[in-house]
Design a protein around this ligand. Structure first.
Ligand SMILES: O=C(O)CCC(=O)C(=O)O
Length: 199
């Protein structure tokens, strides 16, 4: 499997590994169809005293009691793993050695759906979490940068996997910016550890 390890010569400062062809085209198509049937919800987020819709749809699947709260305002309760998501989780663990208890789904319906600069630092994931991010559907630009540095762009392809290694969330921020280009639906699955619960 092709692997771009960005600890190495391309971009020495990035603590991520990108696997452009983690899934075959057929596997990615099948998983995309499955993911369209997940229980997507439109959540509301509170920022600077204002409540607004999150600019994407979200869902959470995972182990029992692995609730997830982010930005101190969006609270997600896990649904039981589907067989497809559990198989995918185990396949990513076999590749990376990292263990995951939850997966957060993001559905970007158009170029106007996005996620702004942030790090995933929610305490429920424990110390220095590894996060594995699988992309399906439309290819979108993903950016990552050191907290005070310049962004590097990735074009996250259908069936690709981007692994953010332990430490990445402390030193780097990432985002999926809006685009005015016409793009159709993209689904992103982020597999994460969690300190609570149990299977
Ligand atoms: O959609 C993506 O690739 C990024 C998702 C993300 O940053 C997140 O869920 O924290």
């Amino acid at each position: 499997m092709q692997q771009l390890n960005l600890f190495a010569e391309l971009a020495p400062v990035l603590p991520v590994t990108y696997y452009p062809d983690f899934l075959s085209f057929e596997q990615a198509n099948e998983l995309y169809q499955h993911c369209l049937q997940l229980q997507w919800q439109q959540n509301q987020i509170r920022i600077a005293g204002k409540t607004m819709p999150v600019p994407r749809l979200e869902c959470l699947y995972g182990d029992k009691n692995c609730d997830y709260l982010y930005s101190n305002s969006v609270f997600l309760k896990p649904l039981i793993w589907t067989d497809n998501l559990a198989n995918l989780r185990d396949r990513i663990t076999a590749l990376t050695g990292y263990k995951f208890r939850i997966v957060i789904g993001n559905q970007y319906r158009s170029g106007q759906d996005s996620i702004g600069w942030h790090a995933d630092t929610d305490s429920s994931m424990g110390y220095q979490p590894a996060i594995a991010s699988l992309s399906l559907g439309s290819c979108r630009k993903f950016q990552i940068k050191p907290r005070n540095g310049k962004p590097t762009d990735f074009w996250l392809e259908h069936g690709s996997l981007l692994v953010m290694h332990p430490g990445c969330q402390s030193t780097h921020l990432h985002q999926l910016p809006k685009t005015n280009k016409v793009v159709s639906t993209r689904i992103n699955l982020t597999f994460r550890p969690h300190t609570g619960g149990g299977r």
